[in-house]
Ligand binder design. Structure first.
Ligand code: ADP
Ligand code: MG
Length: 695
């Protein structure tokens, strides 16, 4: 509580200087942390990346993942444990050789002699921070050596009276790049001081009804765990924040629904005018027909459509959505398709152009990278020339307006936040929304992620598709694998988890060099997220045209890219991917009529859960089953990166016990005023920066 008082003081001191937000209930939480910490711009960038945003609240939402313990018992500590002692410095021993450590010998209150060692040091600095005769609190990794106790590179040197602060448990946080724990802790402790007192939006009667603690307390307490149990979602403080996150999402969804309903819906008629002229090169599957039927029913109902098409990658969702668009077009409405990446947007654009060749449609594509055309594009949207617009989040910009937008398709909906949906709705006259998702969302989660939504599922695969055969092999067999691959005609995807070398993971460039040596220089190319959009597009286009055989890439190819002649997918470090993602990746192959193979290449050591995942991948191709299993295994925490499961919308929930939280949040949201400032506070807090520009 001391901290909270301090926070109040700081609050009042800087209150005048800051914007309206700062004076609102949320206090400084929405301000950039930059204003409260001193960091180089490089470190600041790392911090922002690590926390997924740079507002005070983003830093506070970066939760500890572990605990380290410090003891003050100099007689009974274990080697490697952190020891805190109060030490009077007796002497400095300057090393005789360049590579030996600098030693500072001191005596504790209990009379033990302890040596503090530094391997990389600047002697004047050490003489200044630990002068002979001075008494200090010193804490760091300690060990028993033949000649006494040693502390190597202590991470704490403080006033002797502060020793008690450095005893007990302290949180460890996930880090990125070379951001140090110390820097992160500094940012977090600065942010903790800014938590406003009694910040809350849930009325107290509901809090007691559902056993929820106060928000401000929860925010503070998640950073002060006392035992490993406090790190679990079952901890009451974490639970409170998980509920709030779902609540914020529910409220947004309710606002969307209200905005949608406020706009007049029109009864759309299926005239057949355009659809009749369409010549599909194949017959629709049974589920595609059914799904299209659902869309028609929605459109003619006179109420706005809000529907989700769920179906595995390659099951034919896009085509179905396109047919739905055509019905809107028959009614002189415009349609838009929002995709999460440029590659995907291009692919949709090409598909739709191909299909609508003899329909005389005006189809346009809008990307952040083709700004030059923007003026003309906007004019053609406003005067109604453009009938179908495809694009990435560039479409969401304020100056993009439509004459008559009446049909919205959002691909891979879970890659976008609710805010984006709201933006598109506000651009449209008759907001009919069709979301598509290749990541199957278990029933229990639908309400939490999408709210009140109708669902159509496409299960039947287009005719002639072969199931992908999956093999699990260790990297020790990589040479014979490569020999086999040389003998086949198919193009090959080879996925690596990282771009640059790190924590003993094989990166794309290293693997590319290896494969270039094994195949040939011209047969192998690299693709990764740090490349420019046009470079990626160029490579994908050449791969699509079968100009080279093997594409080594990171998971940028994850969603939706369609290369019918690539029938082999190798996933390196498969043990480190989540099931949902493995399934998505596997879905890249088997899109033509040839039989397809997926090779899960694992590196040792491999965790029990990792093993289980690979086994499941081998046994089933059922996306729904894998998705459910993914949620169950998710807590295991050895998966790379953070938002890998595909359910980026909710990041504080542990989905195995999510349903009760969704129900609680739903009931609370029913009793909240959608337009109150408290509600706005809640929504702003959970509206992440990264929601704004995911790609
Ligand atoms: P999704 O969006 O579900 O990933 P797409 O709609 O992009 O799937 O379809 C994947 C591929 O299958 C495309 O090349 C598409 O032309 C083809 N396709 C879609 N429906 C059928 C069908 N009924 N019969 C044959 N091929 C189809
Ligand atoms: Mg798709």
């Amino acid at each position: 509580m001391r901290l909270l008082q301090l926070a109040e003081k700081i609050d009042s001191e800087i209150d005048q200087e800051f914007s309206k937000d700062f004076k609102r209930g949320v206090g400084a939480l929405l301000q950039p942390i930059r204003q409260f910490v001193k960091l180089s711009s490089y470190t600041y960038k790392l911090l922002k990346k690590c926390c997924g945003g740079d507002r005070v609240i983003d830093v506070l939402f970066h939760f500890p993942s572990n605990l380290s313990k410090r003891t003050s018992d100099e007689n009974y500590f274990k080697d490697g444990e952190k020891l805190t002692v109060v030490l009077t410095v007796l002497k400095h021993v300057i090393p005789r050789y360049r590579n030996s450590p600098y030693r500072i010998v001191g005596q504790t209150l209990a009379g033990n002699i302890i040596t503090v060692m530094y391997f990389h040091y600047r002697a004047p600095y050490l003489r200044r921070i630990l002068p002979i005769g001075g008494t200090f609190t010193v804490s760091g990794n300690a060990s028993h050596e033949l000649d006494g106790i040693k502390i190597i590179h202590p991470d704490i040197i403080a006033h002797p009276q502060q020793a008690e602060h450095y005893v007990g448990s302290e949180p460890i946080y996930p880090l990125v790049g070379n951001l140090s724990l110390k820097t992160l802790r500094y940012a977090i402790s600065s942010a903790l001081k800014l938590i406003p007192k009694n910040l809350d939006w849930i009325p107290s009667d509901l809090k007691s009804k559902y056993g929820l603690v106060d928000f401000s307390d929860a925010l503070w307490a998640v950073h002060h765990p006392e035992s490993d149990k406090d790190l679990l979602i079952t901890n009451e403080f974490r639970k409170r924040i998980a509920v709030d996150e779902i609540l914020a999402n529910q409220i947004r969804l309710k606002q969307i629904k209200r905005n949608q309903q406020r706009r007049s819906a029109i009864a759309i008629k299926e005239t057949g005018e355009i659809l009749r002229k369409l010549q599909l090169p194949f017959e629709l599957t049974e589920d595609q027909v059914k799904c299209l039927g659902d869309i028609k029913t929605d459109l003619v109902s006179g109420r706005p459509m809000n529907r989700l098409i769920q179906g595995d990658v390659g099951s034919g969702k896009t085509i179905t959505a396109f047919l739905g668009m055509l019905i809107a077009l028959e009614n002189k409405l415009q349609a838009v398709l929002l995709a999460p990446t440029e590659i995907l947007a291009w692919q949709h654009f090409e598909t739709i152009q191909r299909l609508s060749k003899n329909l005389n449609l005006e189809v346009d594509i809008m990307l952040s990278s083709n700004r030059k055309a923007r003026k003309r594009q906007i004019r053609e949207l406003q005067d109604g020339t453009t009938q179908i617009l495809i694009g990435t989040h560039a479409i969401l910009e304020d100056n993009v307006e439509f004459r008559n937008l009446g049909f919205i398709v959002i691909d891979e909906q879970h890659k976008f936040g609710v805010m984006q949906r709201l933006k598109l709705i506000n651009k449209s006259k008759y907001p009919n929304i069709l979301s598509m998702s290749a990541t199957p969302i278990p029933r229990t989660l639908l309400l939490g992620c999408y709210g009140d939504i109708d669902v159509s599922t496409i299960k039947t695969k287009p005719k002639g598709r072969q199931p992908v055969e999956t093999a699990v092999i260790g990297t020790n067999k990589i040479e014979s694998l490569v020999e086999r691959l040389k003998t086949i005609d198919s193009q090959i995807f080879w996925v690596c988890p990282v771009i640059e070398e790190s924590e003993s993971l094989v990166d794309v460039n290293t693997r590319c060099e290896y494969l270039k040596a094994a195949f040939s220089q011209e047969e192998v190319e690299v693709l990764h997220g740090k490349m420019k959009a046009y470079e990626k597009d160029e490579i994908m286009t050449r791969f699509k045209e079968n100009k080279f055989k093997l594409l080594v890439s990171t998971t940028v190819i994850e969603v939706g890219v369609d290369i019918p002649n690539a029938n082999v997918m190798v996933i390196e470090h498969a043990e480190r991917f989540g099931l949902a993602q493995l399934h998505q990746l596997r879905g890249r192959v088997g899109r033509g009529n040839e039989s397809a193979y997926c090779i899960l290449l694992y590196h040792l050591p491999i965790s029990e859960v990792g093993r289980k995942r690979l086994q499941l991948m081998k046994e089933t191709t059922d996306g729904f089953l894998l998705s459910e299993e993914d949620l169950k295994l998710r807590g295991a925490g050895d998966i790379l990166g953070r938002d890998q499961s595909g359910f980026d919308v909710l990041r504080f929930s542990d989905f195995s016990d999510n349903y009760s939280l969704v129900r609680i949040a739903d009931e609370i949201s029913n009793q909240m005023d959608l337009d109150s400032t408290k509600t706005a506070d809640l929504c702003d807090i959970f509206n992440r920066v990264s929601d704004e520009n995911i790609v």
